[in-house]
Design a protein around this ligand. Structure first.
Ligand code: BGC
Length: 767
């Protein structure tokens, strides 16, 4: 059996990450109720609370709730179900628990609502591309309403894993490569799911559901981008890059967290006491509920740290896993584990307390039926308000990667438009990888939307040509013929929804199927071509990204995909999304990220010099983090810092003027980067520390002010967060590679900080 606690890691991993949790403690009377209940529970009933079986399958929710399942509920043998839904169905299931079990403890109903319940909105990577936490919050709120109305209490979202390797299929589920952006997006989603602002009712407010930040640890650092693979990380990278979004989610009040499937430096997260019990529960003092990932407790045997399920149960409980998702190991083996090792007994009490506390926070002990509403279920799903939010989110998520010669928006002179590519009619893909209860029939498709918005008399034809799931090239000649007679081609090539997501890692990021051949043939016709690039990750497609004059990254946009794309293409809305992760030039460049540390031999274009680069590909990504063009142009000017010197506990105000110098109203994402040029350890060449998406009319100017704290420059060390004295460079620009203004200030003296620098949000005002 492997070591239970790596004490060295416990000391090294985030010591002094202390924080004040935003999830409030239970009121004294509620806490007393939890304690009183716990005191009445038998060992079997306690273990029952930790058991979360699947009530169905993802594609057949509720299908496993049969007579045997109901009997187990009556015996108090179930604490929660996942993969269930429906107000009427869940009311009856809850009734069984609260009327027919001895202690009448309500069940928790959970599901993956990752980018919408019935009204699907853009996939999370696309939502991160909005660089707009308010629309992110609004979509999560809308999803919470639909989820709660359907009788569910808990979503397994947000997914906040940093992903710097686009080969990893789950990059689609998170906010991309940057921990600051990741933290802001994590907090926005938690606020959306769990309800508006602090209220005296907290999670017991109407239509609030529990959020679950996942997959705690370093799931996104899986080696080679292979899903489930090991993460080998330094303590610094863990603390500065991978953990901060979880810290931000905790600070926003996230009620639950899920642990990662993989191991970190050899310690499987499901049994990583130093990380889960040590960092999350003890150092961060976060009081929420920890659930394992699917079957992960049993998989400790595959990891080679448990010989049998009894040992696996003991390891997971020691590590601080409160609830067992789907493996059934706690239910079947925890009793034996406790009889062999009575010191586990108080740990079980702690786990059950966290579970009962979550139920108490939701108000389920006062009214177990407060979720689920059969009448509202008929009206709120995909209602007009929800569609409006989904449409705004989809428009905001689109990123204009290129627009040579101002080809977009489409000019009225384009009378004949050929839409080419099988993906242009693949409505299912617009739903993305986590569909919850999404229906393909709800997707407003592209072609009718284009026809509806195009000037009267415009002829729009579609030819599939080729698609992402087949190497069949026989449709290409017809596509070429359509291109020849068109004034403009809209070429939609990329991935479908099932190329990314869980267990969908790819070793090659090029266009799948016969789409490369299609793209080359269509571009060879010589007509103006606008490429629409749907995907759940950065793609490496030089045949279109380098050769087509205009390219839009369109991700998977949800139920309003068609109208949102039509709005952007015809200029009813200007694109303003930004890349939350860079697009590499070649798959072999992965992982690559803008916030790398400088080396002794910085990359140089001169191949005669020996520098940190590949010989067969240009330096850096093709499109960098933060990149995105607009139909307008913007001028940055008048950078001012309100002081030259700041105390380690102080802050500096960084102001600048942004002006729309174009001829249409449009959004600009103003980005603030910092660098510590000389420090005790090498610091990244650039790190995002603030951003704001501003809408400006032609000629309009605004003054943007960021308030940057010295603590946001803190460096992790085994002893805690250290603020070092010295110069700090400030850069403001339109992407990580398009810096328009530079300044500097000095941190006057060394000091200490309390939390991860990237988890501190930068206040920003726009005047
Ligand atoms: C995924 C989780 C998900 C769970 C329940 C697992 O396979 O890794 O993200 O929440 O299934 O569906």
């Amino acid at each position: 059996m492997g070591p239970l606690i790596d004490r060295r890691a416990l000391l090294a991993t985030g010591a002094a990450l202390g924080m004040a949790p935003a999830l409030p403690a239970l009121a004294a009377d509620q806490d007393a109720r939890v304690r009183a209940l716990l005191a009445q529970m038998t060992l079997d009933e306690k273990i029952g609370q930790t058991h979360q079986p699947a009530g169905g399958r993802q594609k057949a929710l509720n299908s496993k709730i049969d007579a045997t399942a109901l009997d187990l509920v009556r015996k108090g043998g179930v604490g929660s179900y996942l993969h269930v839904a429906g107000a009427a169905f869940l009311r009856e299931l809850q009734r069984t628990a609260v009327e027919e079990s001895r202690l009448k403890i309500p069940l928790l109903f959970a599901i993956d609502v990752v980018h919408g319940f019935r009204t699907l909105y853009p996939v999370p990577l696309a939502m991160a591309a909005t660089f707009d936490p308010e629309i992110v919050r609004a979509t999560a709120r809308m999803a919470a309403v639909e989820t709660a109305v359907s009788g569910l209490h808990w979503t397994f979202a947000p997914m906040v894993d940093i992903a710097r390797d686009p080969r990893w299929g789950r990059i689609v589920e998170g906010a991309g490569e940057d921990p600051y952006l990741g933290g802001v997006m994590a907090a926005a989603q938690v606020r959306g799911f769990q309800g508006e602002g602090p209220s005296s009712k907290g999670l017991a407010a109407k239509d609030s559901i529990l959020a679950c930040a996942k997959h705690f640890g370093a799931y996104g650092a899986a080696a080679g981008g292979r899903d489930y693979d090991s993460a080998e990380l330094s303590d610094r990278t863990l603390n500065e890059v991978y953990l901060p979004p979880f810290h931000a989610a905790a600070k926003a009040g996230a009620g639950t967290m899920m642990t990662a499937f993989n191991d970190l430096n050899g310690a499987p997260t499901t049994a990583n006491t130093a990380l889960v019990r040590g960092v999350l529960k003890t150092q961060w003092t976060w009081p929420g509920l920890v659930v394992s990932d699917w079957n992960a407790i049993l998989e400790l045997i595959n990891h080679g740290i448990a010989e049998n399920p009894v040992q696996a149960a003991a390891l997971a409980l020691k590590a601080g896993i409160d609830m067992d998702m789907a493996s059934g190991v706690y239910a079947a083996h925890l009793k034996t584990a406790i009889s062999q090792d009575p010191s586990l007994s108080p740990l079980l009490d702690q786990a059950v307390t966290r579970i009962l506390t979550a139920k108490m926070r939701l108000g389920l002990f006062d009214d177990p039926y407060r979720f689920g509403d059969v009448e509202r279920e008929k009206t709120v799903f995909v209602g007009p308000e929800h569609r409006a939010i989904a449409r705004e989110a989809a428009r905001k998520a689109v990123v204009l990667l290129k627009n040579d010669g101002g080809l977009l928006p489409i000019a009225p002179s384009a009378r004949k438009i050929a839409v080419i590519g099988a993906l242009a009619t693949d409505n299912l893909s617009q739903l993305g990888s986590w569909k919850a209860r999404g229906q393909v029939a709800d997707v407003a498709p592209l072609l009718p939307a284009l026809k509806a918005i195009a000037p009267t008399g415009t002829e729009i034809v579609h030819v599939a040509g080729a698609g992402p799931r087949s190497d069949d090239e026989t449709g290409i000649p017809a596509a070429v013929e359509a291109a020849k007679v068109a004034d403009l081609v809209l070429l939609m090539v990329g991935e479908d929804f099932d190329h990314s997501g869980e267990s969908r890692s790819r070793s090659d990021l090029s266009l799948p199927g016969a789409q490369s051949a299609l793209a080359r043939a269509v571009l060879a016709v010589g007509k103006p071509v606008v490429v629409l690039l749907p995907s759940g990750r950065p793609l490496v497609a030089p045949e279109v990204l380098e050769r087509a004059p205009a390219v839009l990254a369109t991700w998977f946009l949800g139920v309003e995909a068609g109208p949102a794309l039509a709005d952007i293409l015809f200029g009813k809305a200007a694109p303003g999304g930004r890349l939350p992760v860079g697009f590499p030039r070649a798959t072999g460049q992965s992982p690559t990220y803008y916030a790398h540390v400088p080396t002794g031999r910085p990359a140089d274009p001169d191949l005669a010099k020996d520098t940190v680069r590949y010989h067969d590909v240009d330096i850096g990504p093709l499109f960098p983090f933060g990149h995105g063009l607009s139909y307008a142009s913007f001028a940055y000017s008048d950078l001012a810092l309100d002081r030259d010197n700041v105390a380690p506990s102080g802050a500096v105000k960084v102001s600048l003027t942004i002006a729309n110098t174009g001829s249409v109203a449009a959004d600009e994402v103003v980005q603030l980067y910092v660098r510590d040029p000389v420090a005790s350890v090498a610091r990244p060449v650039k790190e995002l520390r603030g951003f704001v998406r501003v809408t400006l009319k032609p000629g309009e100017r605004r003054r943007v002010t960021f308030t940057l704290a010295a603590a946001q420059l803190a460096i992790w060390s085994p002893e805690g967060w250290r603020v070092e004295a010295g110069k700090v460079e400030v850069m403001v620009g339109s992407s990580s590679a398009d810096i328009r203004l530079r300044g500097a200030f000095t941190i006057a003296a060394p000091g200490k900080a309390r939390e991860p620098a990237t988890a501190i949000p930068t206040p920003v005002s726009v005047a």
